[in-house]
Structure formats: C-alpha cells, structure tokens
Design a protein around this ligand. Structure first.
Ligand SMILES: Cc1ncc(COP(=O)(O)O)c(C=O)c1O
Length: 459
C-alpha cells in the first residue's frame, strides 16, 4: 500500500467492531479448518465476514449487516440468490430424491439445453465441478489425439488439479502450489497470453501437442483480457494442425451470452468446459464438445475398446438431480439472452461508475473488464502499470503482481463497512443487480475510498 505495508488502523478497528461475530467464528474456524477458510480466494485480512443468508443481489452477515453481493456464488449465481424458479425446482426434486443411483430424466433435459445453447456442444458429460471438467477435457484431448502435451497460458486459471497448477501466478515458472508432481508440470507447455507467434512456434516445433487450453474470456476471469483476434488465430492454428482447442468457459459460459464466450466472440472450440451457472448455483460441471471426441467416453459392443480405448470417467455426484434441477431452471430462464444483455449493460455501468468515483476522490485505481465481470487494479499509477493496454499489449505479469496486497484487503473491509461485499480483485454481477444496487455500490465505493485516503492509502 501507499505509505507502509501495514493495514490502516481505523478501518481495521471499525471492521473488527462491526463484524465482531464474524471475528469470533473465524477464531473458532481457525482451530478446526486450516487457515479458517475452505477456498484460497476467501482469504481476507483481518478475517472474512460470515454470511448467514442471502436473497437476490444481497446477503446478510451473521451480525445482520445487509450487503450488496459481488461474489454471486463465485460467479455461479447469475440469477442472484434464491431465484424463485430455481428454489422451486430444487424443492421439487428434494421431494423426489437426492440421488437415484442411476440415470434420471433431468440429466437428459440438462444436456439437451447445453447442446441447444453452446455452439460447440454436440454432446455433454457432467462432472462435479469446473476443476473436474478441465481435468476430463485434457484426458479426452490426449485420448483423441494420442498426444500428451497441453499448451496453457500464463495467468489462466483452470481449477486446482495438478495440470492446472502450472503458470497461474507470477513468477509463472513456479507452480501455484507445493505438492504437484514434476511429471504433471512437464505435460504443460506455457505461453504468454495473446501471443499467437509463441503458440505457432510451439506447434511448429513439436508433434506431441494434444490441445490448447484457454480461459476464453481472459486469464483469471478476465484479469488478463483476451484479444478476440487471438482467439480466432488460435482456432485457425489448431485446426490446421489437428490440435484440439479447449475453451474453459467455467466463468464465461452462459454469462457472456447464452452460448458463452464462443458465441460472444464468434469462435467455436472443439471442447468446452462448463460449471458455475451451468448448475444454477449448486455444484456441477461439464465437458461439452465435438461428438467424435466426446464419444470416446461411450461404451461399445467391444470388450477390447471398453478396456483399452475408452476414456474412463466416474463421479458419485455427476449430474446430481438436485443440481440438474437448478441448472435446468436457470438455463431455461437465460436461454433467450435477455438476462445476459441486461447484466452486460450493468457491468458496463458498474465499471464506469467505480472509475468515475475513483477519479472524483483522486484514488489511484482502475476497474476494467468485459460483460458482467469486473477486475480491479489498485495503484496502477504508482506501480506504473498500463491497465488499459493503451501502449500496446498489456503486461499480464504486472496485472497479476500485487506488491500492495494489504490494500486489497483494506478495500474489501472498507466496502463491507459501507454495505457492499466487493471481491477486490475480480468479481461478478448477476442479472438481478438493479440500478439501485449500482447507485448504492458507487456511493459506498466513494465513501470507502475516502476512508482509505484519510488513512494515507494511495499515498
Ligand atoms: C476458468 C475457471 N476454470 C475452472 C475453474 C474451477 O472450477 P471449480 O471451482 O468449480 O472447480 C474455475 C473456478 O473459478 C474457473 O474460474
């Protein structure tokens, strides 16, 4: 942060006071759960708020504070919390059973909707999460091509399995976690994002590449925006060489447009990974794509195929009917594109409004992003980071390096004190965030920034 590394005392004190019940819960959690949290992205200093209930675009902390929510179920709740149609579908299924231990009609309808909406989806296989979806997509690509290597981009996030641990955060040469076998790391070939030449060089030099995997909307939920011409270039390059193109649309799927980023940018991959909105705010994921590749998962009337050629895939909760019910209700409601158009407009207004507020108070920050996602970069001026890429290609390493990390935690606390739970790096809007939500958020942002400036942040 501007002046020192320490967090501003007044904001922290006020936060500790206003969120005292959360502090108590966190103390207990720390004794039971490592670090007190169950997802690294929830790491918050001095402690996270504990949420008791939610509805629409809002949620309430255990202290009873009403908060406008920009986590939206980590991007899964495109229709907001407890959308009546989703709740009714889930309740209806709860009365019929939570696990039939077999096939059920809802998985067929769910798959049908995905194939109708997502351009690349000829067939769909459900998984339990986005992480599992990307893992299965890599296995399918290897099986389809009889090749092993996967090209991945620096700063792109594909879940937490071992192959996805490569090149997520700077320095990209170091895996994002300890405990990842070097054999897994060696399967992944890392490229800078938006650099077609780098991909071309790899594909020309090597004959062992199965697929190119990319977060279609840009690395880390758009923190590193993707150049649409790059996507088109990738499509041509991979198609010409028999390399599969995999779009990870766990974030962008059903959000950018009913058909996701592939519809939005007009580029169709071979395989697509989906999760989040797919399951309407409940757990679930899927791989969808070309029939010939997806059918590697299918049994045949041939024991040798089944034992030696088929791609194996299991998962107790794959296509769980309760999740399927929520997914179907959601996808049916967003199929006509109205919700996406509205959310995309709200996204534009939020980004513009937050930037205008920062300018009014003279805070050094930049909000950017695409569709109904935002990314927030603190102190681009002081750190000399060209967030908008006006000087040419964006420096993705700089966009992902945060020497001022405490400032992000302070911003989150300052926003919580003003009634907004703003994910401070990147976050998501739902289609039910209203004009009033936006107005209130922008006012809260201005107040939060003033509090921070008073304490010498952005110095
Ligand atoms: C682009 C992308 N891929 C994969 C994943 C992993 O999905 P999940 O958290 O459901 O395992 C995420 C999660 O945020 C994601 O953003």
């Amino acid at each position: 942060m501007g002046k020192a590394g320490a967090r501003p005392a007044a904001i922290e004190q006020a936060y500790r006071k206003q969120f005292a019940a959360s502090a108590e819960l966190f103390e207990k959690a720390r004794r039971l759960i490592p670090g007190g949290i169950t997802h690294d992205i929830r790491h918050t200093l001095p402690f996270p708020p504990y949420i008791e209930r939610a509805r629409g675009s809002r949620k309430w902390s255990v202290e009873g504070h009403e908060l406008i929510d920009y986590w939206a179920g980590h991007g899964a709740l495109f229709l907001g919390h407890l959308h009546p149609a989703v709740v009714a579908a889930v309740k209806g299924q709860m009365d019929r059973g939570t696990h039939p231990g077999g096939c059920h009609p809802l998985e067929v309808r769910w798959a049908e909707l995905v194939t109708q909406l997502v351009p690349s989806a000829e067939r769909v296989r459900f998984t339990q999460s986005g992480t599992e979806a990307t893992q299965l997509a890599l296995r399918l690509a290897r099986a389809a091509t009889s090749k092993e290597k996967i090209v991945k981009f620096e700063g792109h996030f594909h879940g937490w399995h071992d192959y996805a641990a490569v090149g997520v955060k700077p320095p990209y040469t170091a895996p994002v976690s300890r405990g990842v076998p070097v054999e897994a790391l060696e399967q992944m070939l890392l490229c800078p994002p938006n650099d077609l030449e780098a991909v071309q060089t790899i594909l020309e030099a090597r004959r062992d590449v199965a697929a190119v995997l990319i977060e279609a909307g840009g690395g880390s939920s758009g923190t590193i925006p993707t150049d649409p011409t790059f996507l088109k270039g990738l499509r041509d390059l991979t198609a010409a060489r028999g390399v599969l193109l995999i779009f990870d649309e766990v974030i962008t799927g059903f959000r950018y447009a009913p058909g996701g980023a592939q519809e939005y940018f007009g580029v169709t991959p071979d395989l697509t990974t989906l999760a989040k909105i797919l399951a309407g705010g409940l757990p679930g994921g899927a791989v969808a794509g070309r029939g010939d590749v997806m059918d590697l998962l299918a049994f045949r009337d041939d024991p040798a195929w089944n034992r030696h050629q088929k791609v194996a895939h299991a998962g107790t909760f794959n296509a769980n009917p309760v999740c399927a019910a929520a997914g179907i209700a959601t996808l049916e409601l967003i199929a006509d594109g109205q919700a996406q158009r509205r959310a995309n407009k709200t996204g534009d207004a939020l980004r513009a409004g937050l930037n205008a507020a920062a300018e009014r108070v003279g805070a050094d920050l930049r909000v950017y992003g695409e569709s109904s996602c935002y990314s927030l970069f603190l102190e681009p001026g002081r750190l000399g980071v060209d967030v908008n890429g006006k000087s040419g290609r964006r420096d993705h390493t700089a966009l992902q390096t945060h020497p001022n990390m405490p400032l992000y935690h302070t911003l989150r606390c300052a926003m919580l004190l003003n009634g907004v739970d703003l994910q401070p790096f990147h976050g998501w809007l739902s289609a039910v965030h209203s004009d009033q939500d936006l107005e209130q958020t922008i006012t809260a942002f201005e107040k939060a920034l003033r509090m921070m400036l008073e304490e010498g942040c952005f110095a």
